[in-house]
Design a protein around this ligand. Structure first.
Ligand code: SF4
Ligand code: SF4
Length: 64
């Protein structure tokens, strides 16, 4: 698991295929799929670890 940071995931919906890998990898339950697009449902629990961005095969998530 990545180190906590102040960065937070930003999702490029154009690049998201709805594969759900990021949802599965996030242990904090921050992400979920809505209409087959990744959405942030609980940003308050995000640790900024970056695991979701690393897991995304289309680089639809950037940590900013
Ligand atoms: S950065 Fe980490 S805690 Fe935040 S949404 Fe991604 S996997 Fe979850
Ligand atoms: S891993 Fe990437 S492509 Fe897959 S649902 Fe998440 S943001 Fe979308």
């Amino acid at each position: 698991m990545g180190e906590p940071s102040d960065k937070r995931p930003v999702i490029n919906e154009e690049e998201c295929t709805g594969c759900g890998l990021c949802v599965d990898v996030c242990e904090q339950g921050v992400l979920d799929l809505s209409d087959d697009v990744c959405t942030i449902v609980d940003m308050e629990n995000c640790t900024g670890c970056g695991d979701c961005a690393e897991e995304c095969p289309t680089e639809a998530i950037s940590m900013e």
